[in-house]
Design a protein. Structure first.
Length: 270
């Protein structure tokens, strides 16, 4: 498999993501909620490059994913378990059981009121489930056009699930955190990477500017409506995914900004 070259401005993109996540946790600013989507679309694009361009072996793929995620994840869970059994008010152990097997995104809504910081693990769970899905696609489909088609259908299915859970709410669980909905930015970005790989530069630049305008309009419109499933969870992530996948064709000044050493440092830390 070919080696992929490191793209410095993507570290800066990751830095922007972590900044947005932190701001979103502490302040309710327009657009600050986008942090997770900014992370997800990057994950989707990078996994698409690794699995479908580089055609990395699944053994190596899983070894790298596990090494990056599992040790820190389980140390964190163990620390929280110790806190729960000593200092904090008791927490239902099913929260730990579900977290340990990466099913936080399917926890009942009472977990949202947990006294321990466990709820944010849902995003990591969605990532893991998406990695498994993408690796299965890589295993089954060898033709890149077939892969593109399957990923596009999967992204459409995520949109359909949002609609289903909106009209038929799932008992006790918040549909927007479930993988079959929340994986949209990841899967759509993986698909867009394959669609836009050989795009003409003029088309790419036009798409890049459309995605910025669309994202700006979505943020403003959503604030006006006081939030909207369609805008917040479908339109915004799709605009962010298009933006990332046409970023290579964006003006140089943007790349320079994203390559600022402090921003890249933040990205690498995250």
């Amino acid at each position: 498999s070919m080696e992929l070259k490191h793209i410095p401005y993507l570290d800066g993109w990751r830095g922007v993501a972590i900044l947005l996540v932190l701001i979103g946790h502490f302040f309710d600013l327009p657009g600050s909620r986008l942090g997770v989507e900014v992370f997800f679309v990057l994950s989707g694009m990078l996994m698409s490059r690794v699995l479908f361009d580089q055609k990395l072996s699944l053994k190596t793929f899983y070894r790298r994913r596990f090494a990056r995620i599992l040790p820190v994840y389980y140390i964190y869970l163990a620390t929280m378990a110790i806190l729960a059994s000593t200092l904090m008010p008791p927490v239902a152990w099913k929260h730990f059981a579900l977290s340990a097997v990466f099913l936080t995104s399917y926890m009942p809504s009472d977990v949202v009121r947990s006294s321990l910081p466990l709820t944010h693990l849902w995003s990591l769970n969605v990532e893991e489930h998406s990695y498994v899905f993408l690796s299965l696609v890589a295993l089954i489909f060898k033709d890149s056009r077939a892969v593109r088609f399957i990923l596009t259908i999967a992204a459409g299915a995520c949109v359909a699930f949002y609609a289903i859970y909106y009209y038929f709410p799932v008992d006790q669980s918040n549909g927007v955190f479930r993988t079959e909905c929340a994986a949209l930015p990841l899967i759509a970005s993986a698909a867009l990477h394959l669609w836009l790989k050989k795009i003409k530069s003029t088309t790419g630049i036009v798409l890049f500017y459309i995605s910025i305008l669309g994202l700006f309009a979505s943020v403003v419109w959503s604030r006006k409506l006081g939030g909207s499933i369609g805008i917040d969870y479908i339109a915004k992530p799709l605009f962010v995914a298009v933006m990332l996948n046409t970023l290579a064709l964006a003006p140089r000044i943007l790349h320079t900004g994203l390559q600022a050493s402090w921003l890249r440092w933040l990205g690498v830390c995250s």
